[in-house]
Design a protein around this ligand. Structure first.
Ligand code: DOR
Length: 431
């Protein structure tokens, strides 16, 4: 028998009984689960006392900037941060240089991903070079393993192209068309949310209805084509209402929300400076409240970070000149734990569903987000809910520094991460 790895004495998510358990992994698979102390012996043992053992987290929206933007992040640095954050799978966005819009590039980035600290998947663009003019070849990209198509960073404005893309998703099992929902004409030149803060700062705003008009149109297209539609980083109560209604009438729509859109508002932008600038922008209290309701009523399927690194120099400019985006993959679990679970607002089961099971389902990642049961692939995060920490720039893995949670006290931290049976983080350190 191959050497085993035992996670000893943790509380296993999804297991009734309230007793600490041992979980043994052999050849990348959960081989046995038993009472604490019953499985140690032989192989390697990691201590999970006082910790929660969960399926590894799945982040379905990260920008790891490979190829073309490696000064701000690359797959190795992005995946290292992900692993420290308990994330065992990431789906990269294709707004790279050049755009990931062909099977050759898909294969290249996936090959780089195979040597990294977590499972790497990639989405591909909907239109060639994300130029919004000609569709990609969905079939060859699908054959190369792509399941999520998106022009993220920009919207697909053209309804005809969007309709064709949704028709492709209807005939390719597991394929989903993901939209960055901001109508171009309305947000052109806009810097932050159109509202009190943009008025105060004299900046052109990005109106909330720019999201709603796209989501509304796309839902109609999804309904007629029977395509599968996903709303990336949903940010407004307006879009949330549309998604809720569409789901209720059986249209194939899913949605994700970022930690920042669940916690921060436009009022935080002045405090955070350019780290607080992103697209879609931080919105209002009303939107935060509506999105918070969505993670409990099933309107939102997944929490995803939109991890968007930008070099220090590029962010060290005015709000208008700075590129949009903030980091998040390394801090996601701790931030959501602090704000929701430790605050008594969310159960452990819902936390696992939003950070692991449901995002894995949206992206069709069959070996991720699984219940901790014998026979399942061992993608696991061991999370210490008592461990308090304050992220600081020097200890984070990203090559960039635009993380709004730096300096904020967080409750709960990943202790160990196991990806496909391999221990990749032990005692909060990368291996
Ligand atoms: O703020 C954002 N930054 N939103 C996006 O959709 C793209 C991302 C990026 O690539 O920097």
């Amino acid at each position: 028998m191959s050497e085993s790895l035992v996670i000893s004495g943790g509380m296993l998510a999804g297991h009734a009984g309230g007793q600490p358990l041992d979980l043994m992994i052999v050849d990348g698979v959960i081989a046995e689960i038993g009472p604490q102390g019953s499985l140690a012996g032989g192989g390697q043992v990691v201590d999970a006392t006082d910790a929660l053992v969960m399926p590894g987290f799945v982040d379905i929206q990260v920008h790891f900037r490979t190829p073309g933007g490696e000064d701000s992040e690359d797959i190795a640095s992005g995946a290292a941060g992900a692993a420290l954050g308990g994330v065992t799978a990431c789906v990269m966005m294709p707004n790279t240089i050049p755009t990931i819009d062909n099977p050759t590039l898909v294969k290249e980035v996936l090959a780089v991903g195979r040597t990294s600290h977590c499972d790497i998947y990639t989405s591909a663009a909907i239109t060639q070079a994300r130029a919004g003019e000609r569709l990609v070849d969905f079939d060859s990209l699908y054959a190369a393993g792509v399941r999520i198509f998106t022009d993220d960073g920009t919207v697909v404005d053209d309804a005809g192209l969007m309709r064709e893309a949704l028709l492709a998703s209807a005939r390719l099992p597991g394929c989903v068309i993901s939209q960055h929902a901001e109508e171009s004409g309305m947000v052109d030149g806009g810097v932050i949310n159109e509202g009190v803060v943009s008025a105060r700062l004299g900046l052109k705003g990005r109106p909330r209805e720019a999201e709603a008009v796209i989501v509304d149109r796309d839902i109609q297209l999804a309904a007629e084509t029977n395509g599968r539609y996903h709303v990336l980083h949903m940010s407004t109560s307006l879009a949330a209402d549309l998604v809720r209604e569409a789901k209720a009438s059986g249209i194939r729509v899913t949605a994700e929300v970022t930690p920042q859109h669940l916690i921060l508002t436009e009022e935080d932008v002045e405090r955070l400076g350019t780290s607080g600038k992103m697209n879609p922008p931080l919105r209002t209290d009303t939107d935060v409240e509506a999105l918070r309701a969505c993670i409990f009523d099933g309107t939102v399927d997944a929490i995803a970070t939109d991890h968007a690194p930008h070099s220090r120099e590029s962010k060290d400019v005015s709000l208008s000149a700075a590129p949009p985006g903030m980091l998040g993959v390394e801090t996601m679990a701790s931030v959501i734990w602090t704000e929701f679970v430790a605050a008594g607002l969310m159960t452990l089961d819902r936390f696992v569903a939003l950070l692991s099971t449901q995002p894995a389902n949206v992206a069709g990642l069959v070996s991720q987000g699984q219940q901790l049961e014998v026979g399942k692939t061992a993608n696991i995060a061991v999370f210490d809910p008592q461990d308090e920490w304050t992220p600081d720039q020097s200890s984070l893995q990203s090559k960039s520094a635009n993380n709004p949670w730096i300096g904020k006290r967080l409750v709960g931290r990943v202790r160990h991460t196991i990806c496909r049976g391999q221990l990749v983080v032990a005692d909060r350190a990368l291996l």
